[in-house]
Design a binder for this molecule. Structure first.
Ligand code: ARG
Length: 398
């Protein structure tokens, strides 16, 4: 009998997929759920998966692997897709796919399956990861090919096959949740002119209703990795959890954007990513202090490319690994402390210090302590401006 490992969330789609795969593929289904911080009860999920017809259920706590191997590299790279999205969803897909491949190998499975639609990015991310890691595995994407054309037809199918689903909960949005952030789309958000209603946001307070007094937080980094909050050493999971809480309280990390999907569609999505927003902003602030100008500018270009690779599902490519090697080298001196102010939806860095700081007060000051050689600037400008002098002369000749 054919064996298929399915990325299982317990929602309507993946519940139906279990039955659908069993019947259309004559297969045994192994359901796999990753704990990426979405706060799921594994016992309930397991019962549901088995009741629905899965032969086996795997629930793996991947939170630390997610942080160490996916989130931190992307933080060090300052990778924000289209300058804003910290890619909580995008980063989680290769992680889940990798762990599904591990299960597929252990179980001697023939195929892997996911519940992504045919018009999104996630199908690409899952499948590129599967192809990179286990090209021998068959990939099945039921939602792309099955007969159901609406939610109602799916519910009908579920009833017919006695699949336990919660039809009372017709959620107004499609939500993907993990510890690095939440992605929310569909419903009224599909109108790009419509401001997101408050009920679309899951973990952030409206800035209008957030505290009228700011919170100040000191975040310490060691070689680009956050290590302490307000002087207290903490592991990254605790840091992210804490920052999601306090950032959320101040309405920090709400992102409302039109983004370019890989499949060519423009989509409107909103995100909530308090911890990611705070950490990216603090990390970038520290880099400004310790990284030399040309390297800093060049790293900006790398950040854009890095974000594209992640968003496009090129996680397991040599390209991404090469960029990681570059980024890691840039982080040698990214150690120090940044103080940020959280207030009314904003995270503002207001202080920074590092033992590797390139900031020299004696050079930047406008007081009598100034040691900068003002006269040297004349020669610098003469030579730096020479190309423009030549060009200007030539242009005036015409
Ligand atoms: N647009 C985001 C991405 O491609 C999130 C996709 C999943 N969104 C969702 N609401 N289920 O990474």
């Amino acid at each position: 009998m054919k064996k298929i490992v399915l990325a299982y969330s317990g929602g309507l789609d993946t519940s139906i997929i279990i039955k659908w795969l069993q019947t259309t593929q004559n297969a045994e289904i192994i359901a796999f759920t990753a704990d990426v911080g979405q706060k799921e009860n594994p016992a309930i999920l397991e019962e549901k998966a088995i009741k629905t017809g899965a032969k086996k259920f795997y629930f793996k706590d991947l939170k630390n692997e997610f942080i160490d191997d996916y989130i931190l590299p992307s933080l060090k790279a300052s990778a924000l897709y289209e300058d804003r999205y910290p890619m909580a969803t995008s980063l989680s897909r290769p992680l889940i796919a990798k762990n599904m491949v591990d299960v597929a190998r252990r179980e001697n499975a023939d195929a892997v399956a996911h519940g992504c639609t045919g018009k999104g990015n996630d199908q690409v991310r899952f499948e590129l990861a599967f192809k990179s890691l286990a090209p021998e595995l068959e990939i099945i994407a039921p939602v792309r090919v099955w007969e159901f054309k609406s939610r109602e037809e799916e519910i009908e199918y579920a009833k017919k096959h006695k699949i336990p689903i919660d039809v009372t909960k017709k959620r107004p949005y499609s939500i993907d949740w993990n510890l690095w952030g939440i992605s929310i789309e569909c419903g009224v958000l599909e109108n790009p002119w419509q401001e997101p209603p408050e009920d679309a946001y899951q973990i952030t307070k409206s800035p209008a209703k957030s505290p009228s007094k700011p919170d100040y937080i000191e975040i310490e980094f060691n070689q680009g990795i956050p290590t302490a909050i307000n002087g207290k050493n903490m592991n990254c999971l605790d840091i992210i959890t804490l920052l999601n809480g306090i950032g959320g309280k101040h309405g920090v990390g709400r992102i409302d954007m039109i983004e370019n999907r890989l499949v060519g569609i423009k989509s409107r999505e909103i995100y909530e990513a308090p911890a990611a927003t705070i950490l990216h902003s603090a990390h970038l602030e520290l880099e400004k202090l310790v990284i030399e100008r040309e390297l800093y500018h060049f790293k900006n270009i790398i950040s854009k490319k890095y974000a594209e690779l992640v968003y496009y599902g090129y996680w397991f490519s040599d390209f991404r690994k090469c960029l990681d090697a570059f980024v890691n080298t840039t982080q040698k001196y990214v150690s120090g402390i940044v103080r940020v102010k959280l207030f009314k939806g904003q995270c503002i860095p207001v202080g920074r210090k590092s033992k590797f700081s390139l900031y020299e007060e004696s050079l930047s000051t406008y007081t009598s302590k100034d040691i900068f050689d003002h006269k040297a600037s004349k020669g610098f400008i003469d030579i730096f401006g020479l190309p423009l002098v030549l060009e200007g002369k030539r242009n005036r000749k015409k």
